[in-house]
Ligand binder design. Structure first.
Ligand SMILES: C[S@@+](CC[C@H](N)C(=O)[O-])C[C@H]1O[C@@H](n2cnc3c(N)ncnc32)[C@H](O)[C@@H]1O
Length: 213
């Protein structure tokens, strides 16, 4: 199967195609059936993951996505808000006057994922809170790409420990961001405190799993 990453005329943090293909290949290798993405943004990676899981498992997969879907981060001090403006004026025009929708909205992401409506669960809210309200043990793969503040990443990871203990995998993005050093700090501490295995892949991804003795 040839792995492709499409952008659907939206924004994604996986701008480098090779990083995006790496993520999809990693998922393709592990073949998880129940994926959680924290930080959905415009839904581009979510849609690509769903297309891939459909190719692997047919309809026998689940995808959960969590995002604040709002820039007003007054409840989350010091958080780095996502850049939602397009550099391409044609895209700005298209979303403002033709599609008349905000691609960084719950409704717009649901529309992008409607092909997989029986497989998906998109949740609007703060991952630190949502992860305490949903069943974590069902997930066998997590793509952690939500809040980039030390406390946020630390809490998300602590809330996701059951995934690792059940021999699932957490792949964290942005391990190497100079402007968000809290991501690396939270990951390094979490792995050390729990004696989990950490592998840095393509310098930006941190793969966390159980140590095999
Ligand atoms: C880097 S973007 C995600 C990019 C996306 N994964 C992709 O591949 O295109 C980070 C997203 O996390 C969301 N976010 C930040 N803090 C969050 C939190 N505490 N809970 C849920 N979502 C959060 C932001 O709203 C933003 O949409």
């Amino acid at each position: 199967m040839k792995i492709q990453f499409k952008k659907y005329w939206r924004k994604t943090s996986l701008k480098d195609k090779e990083d995006a293909i790496f993520l999809l290949s990693h998922i393709n290798e592990l073949k998880p059936k129940n994926i959680l993405e924290i930080g959905v943004f415009h839904g581009v990676t979510s849609r690509n993951i769903c297309e891939l899981l459909y190719n692997i498992h047919g309809n026998n997969f689940k995808f959960t996505g969590i995002d604040l879907f709002e820039i007003n981060t007054k409840n989350i001090e010091d958080e780095i808000p996502p850049k939602t403006t397009f550099s391409n004026p044609l895209k700005t025009f298209y979303y403002s006057y033709i599609a008349k929708e905000d691609p960084y909205s719950y409704e717009s992401v649901l529309k992008l994922l409607k092909k997989f409506k029986s497989n998906i669960n998109i949740i609007k809210g703060n991952s630190n809170k949502i992860l305490q309200e949903i069943k974590i043990e069902v997930f066998d793969y997590v793509f952690l790409d939500g809040g980039h503040k030390y406390e946020t990443v630390k809490n998300d990871l602590n809330n996701l420990t059951k995934v690792i203990k059940n021999y699932g995998v957490i792949l964290c993005d942005d391990y190497n961001l100079n402007y968000a050093p809290g991501v690396k700090k939270a990951i390094d501490e979490y792995v050390l405190n729990n004696n989990f295995e950490l592998k840095i892949l393509r310098s930006r991804f941190a793969e966390i799993k159980m140590k095999i003795k």
